[in-house]
Design a protein around this ligand. Structure first.
Ligand SMILES: NC(=O)c1ccc[n+]([C@@H]2O[C@H](COP(=O)([O-])OP(=O)(O)OC[C@H]3O[C@@H](n4cnc5c(N)ncnc54)[C@H](OP(=O)(O)O)[C@@H]3O)[C@@H](O)[C@H]2O)c1
Length: 253
């Protein structure tokens, strides 16, 4: 199991191909950089291509394997788009060893009475249905990898729903059910694992919107999560599946 003194090998992820959703911002951006610095070819997903290109240049500049940019709006993507993602990864990278889901849609904190059907559908579509659809589409590649890891990311209110967190909390809570079901279904397949990461308070554009009253000093820097991401994505977590990793309990402050 992960401990705060975990020290990943510098080339932990060499030869691996890892797709990171939400790589254009916040946690996904930091995770993609860390995976690349540890030898992985990273596939950078997001909507904002300018920010993805900036990250691409940063990764190339540090001598890491050349990344791949994958723009896709998860609020609009359908089965064909997800199938195209799998085809594109197969054609351009030839394999897929890891999938970090870090994209999230957040609109507001408000009473359920004010949340429309459209708002619910978009939030569930991006935060939970896309996680399932993308993983499902990539399954042939993940199955073919010798040691594949899928990591979903959820906000604490997914595990502890509370007033005003509405569709966002429900969409993130759905991921706990999803990883539990998937881990059981994958139990006979030792080369496949799926886990849930709950980052806690980490400085990011999203955090400033979900917790506007919080001080910067009370938030972790995204880089603090790097050991946990590397543990979950690399060979050291082989055999660990269906678990919830709460960063606030696992990382030394
Ligand atoms: N920061 C925290 O303290 C914290 C705490 C607990 C959990 N989390 C979880 O960590 C994950 C990352 O959060 P963050 O803080 O890094 O947020 P963030 O900085 O706002 O980044 C969100 C990412 O999601 C992408 N995204 C949003 N809507 C999308 C859509 N329709 N299609 C495709 N991509 C979309 C954004 O892409 P574009 O910018 O390109 O549109 C962006 O890359 C989320 O699951 C969040 O719930 C964060």
């Amino acid at each position: 199991m992960f401990t705060p003194d975990y020290r990943p090998a510098p080339d932990l992820l060499a030869q691996r191909v890892i797709l990171v959703t939400g790589a254009s911002s916040g946690l996904g951006r930091e995770a993609a950089l860390a995976f690349a610095r540890h030898g992985a070819t990273v596939i950078l997903h997001g909507r904002n291509t300018k920010r993805l290109e900036k990250l691409y240049d940063e990764i190339e500049g540090c001598g890491a394997p050349q990344p791949i940019i994958l723009p896709l709006d998860l609020a609009r993507a359908g089965e064909v788009d997800y199938a195209n993602v799998e085809q594109a990864i197969r054609a351009r990278a030839g394999r897929l060893d890891g999938l970090l889901h870090s994209a999230a849609h957040f609109a507001h904190l408000t009473e359920l009475a004010h949340e429309s059907l459209e708002h619910w559908l978009t939030t569930l579509r991006v935060n939970s249905a896309a996680v399932h659809a993308l993983t499902r589409a990539c399954l042939p590649l993940l199955r073919a990898a010798p040691d594949a890891s899928v990591v979903a990311t959820a906000e604490m209110h997914g595990l502890q729903p509370a007033a005003y967190w509405g569709a966002f909390a429900v969409s993130q809570g759905a991921l706990l059910g999803w990883i539990t079901i998937l881990a059981q279904e994958w139990a006979p397949l030792p080369g496949l694992r799926v886990n849930l990461l709950v980052p806690g308070a980490v400085a990011s554009p999203l955090r400033s919107r979900t917790h506007p009253g919080e001080t910067q000093a009370s938030r972790l820097a995204p880089a603090a999560l790097v050991p946990l991401w590397l543990y979950l994505m690399g060979p050291d977590s082989r055999g660990v599946s269906g678990q919830v990793f709460e960063a606030s309990k696992l990382l030394a402050r």
